[in-house]
Structure formats: structure tokens, C-alpha cells
Write a protein of this length. Sequence first.
Length: 214
Amino acid sequence: MEDNAASTTTYGRSKASEIVLSQRMVPKSHFLRLPGESKNEIYACLTDKYHLKSLRRPKRTKSIFIHPRRHRLALLRVCREIHAETALLPFKLNKFHFCSFVGIEVLCVRITEQQRTAIQAVHLNINLWERPNRRYTMDAMIQNGVDTLPSLLPGLRSVNAQVIWRPTPYDGKTQADMGRYSKKLKAWMHGDRGMSGEVIAHYGWKYSGLDVRS
């Protein structure tokens, strides 16, 4: 225990020393001395226009090494001051795409409450041609305590969904069922808020003339 404490004292920085270091850096940085409005415009140009997809690697897939690529969001790693000013912007300014309801749950478990609250736009692209007892359904999320999507993402302002329902002989579903599901889905997505967005439902294997919009 004493060795660990000594190593922390020797190599680690205290909070006070970090504050002093930050105060020294700001006057020396031309960028950090810019007015807040100018920095916000620069941050917006670098952190928006992304379509962020929630993906999970299958358990059976072996991990491989991927060389890091340069991208605009790397700005967040430049220094503590810039990170503090931009940490929530990728969540606030971009649209998150999900291909399953469980993907929403997985993302919300891995991010902080502030990051969840900062998310404002979501797009769902759901395939309902698997068996209805799969945990990828909206009913599974309701059973897990997610009454509405805004209860999971409090800052949500815009949500759209594209639902593909390809019926199979065993389910006996009709286009009328698709319409009822679409209305139920929209109510779940919007909750008691007046948000922008719509549900576009495609029923059958051929989409022409079979769209149900709610």
C-alpha cells in the first residue's frame, strides 16, 4: 500500500497542479484565447455531419488489430481544456442510427448520463422478419423497464424509424397489423412529447404501394 501511495505521489498529478497547468496553457494558446462564439463555430464544423451507428462485434468473431485513422473527432484529444469544451458535442450535434432495439440499450449502458441526455436525434432501421420472441423487439425493451424512448434519452428532439416487416407463413401477420404496430411504435418513440419525425413501414417483400406512414 505504501509503495502504491508513493508511486501516485511521484508520477501522478494532483488536481491542484492540473488547474495550475491549465491556467498557464490558456494564455499561451492562440486557439484557447478565441472568443467562445468563434470556438463553438469551429467545434461545430469538426464534430457534426456524422451518422453514428451502434454496432456490436459478434462473440464468435476474433479480435483483430486495426490501425487508428485520422478523423475530425481527434480534436477532442488535444488537451484537457478542449476536451472539456467539446466532450458532449458529438452526441448533441449528430444523428445516431440503430438497427435493433437492443443496440439502444447497449449504447446507453456504455455511455454516461450526460452523454445520454445530450443525444438529440435518432434513426431506427428495424427488420421485423425474425421470430417475434426475439429480444430485438420493442416489447422486450418495455419489459426491461424502458417505457418510452425519451425516458431513455431525455434530450431527444427528433426521431425517425424505418420498419421492414416481411411476413412468413408461421406468423400470420397482415398489413393491418403492420399499421397498428407502426402507431404503437411512434407512441413509444415520442412518448408525451411533440417531437419531429415519422414512422415509415414497409410491409411485404415488394415495397411499392405498401408504405404505411404514421
